[in-house]
Design a protein around this ligand. Sequence first.
Ligand code: NAD
Ligand code: WQD
Length: 339
Amino acid sequence: MRVLLTGGAGYIGAHTALALLEAGHDVLVVDDLSGTSAEAVARIERITGETVPLLVADVRDADALTDFVREHAPVQAVIHLAGLKAVGESVAEPVRYYDVNVGTTIALLKVMAAQGIPTIVFSSSATVYGTPEELPLTEESPTGIDLANPYGKTKRIIEEILSDAAAADPALRAVSLRYFNPVGAHASGLLGEDPHGIPNNLMPFVSRVAIGTLPEVAVFGTDYDTPDGTGLRDYIHVTDLAAGHVAALEHAQPGYDVFNLGTGTPVSVLELIAAFERASGRDIPRRIAPRRAGDVAASYADPAKAHRELGWSTRLTIDDACRDYWNWQTNNPDGYARA
Ligand code: NAD
Ligand code: WQD
């Protein structure tokens, strides 16, 4: 298939582009480079020896997108990863988050309809569940429980839009993938996460403590109702996550469907820090801090539906993810910037 990846120069997009190329698909990327660098695409080309056309544009620019799709016809599917993803920022700038996340999706669906592209795979998030009422989370678990942040709401709204669009158009194949916590990097050390400024997420923060650019990690809460008192999450290696996109694309059926992409194995904050210490061979100073507003005690997937219907399952562990993140971090201390 020839696949358009929006946000294909980003963290998950770059790994997905690589997985698609390795599975024999053609890849085109549209990315405005607001959160990444064109170097990511150059590195995908280097690893695969393939050419990856890159349109540097905002996905809301439907004219630019239409020209790009026509130039590379026939485009048979879209994987929509472009968007803004910082939970705290979304509370401070809700209108921008709704504009970019919902607006890119609407523009894309219009271009797909006009150009006869039948398939869309969308980057949703386990955030849509809000505060879990039951664990592990299945695709039937209720969504939106105490969901307070605009970022998560954009994902829920987009899921609704895709479901409605598929109900109205019998040819449309729309799939939402609810990612749990993506971590790790490509085993080559050439692709990884490149957050600007001080990271919000645990593994990139811990990695910067290990390499010495941040002094210590704050453990946000040790009084949760969990085995060691710290938060439990389902950390999924980005390479496994990327493979989930290939499987979802290849199995997409007319209509709308949703899949959890997670390992099913909960890992605590302290367990992740210990795993990173093993992988890096460094001591990681930490201090106990209050709970972070909006955090849930535990969130992990029941990935059985993806196993059953997509023939996909994770292969890599938290230790693999720490090893690969550390390899990326040490080979690229400034991310893609100093390439
Ligand atoms: P990322 O920031 O690395 O990738 C997003 C990409 O989209 C960036 O390359 C950015 O330049 C691009 N982009 C942003 N706005 C754009 C626009 N208007 N037009 C064109 N390009 C635009 O983030 P990521 O971690 O790779 O996330 C990819 C997707 O997965 C996002 O939709 C995110 O919400 C979702 N997601 C991420 C996580 C996570 O923890 N990383 C978890 C669940 C879901
Ligand atoms: C993991 C655990 C923290 C940082 C977020 C978004 C979610 C999704 C993935 C996009 C929690 C603890 C963290 C630190 C810590 N993104 N922690 N010290 O919050 O599960 O999910 O990213 O869809 O929408 O909400 O991930 O990596 O921030 O936190 O103790 O410095 O680590 O409390 O238990 P989270 P995270």
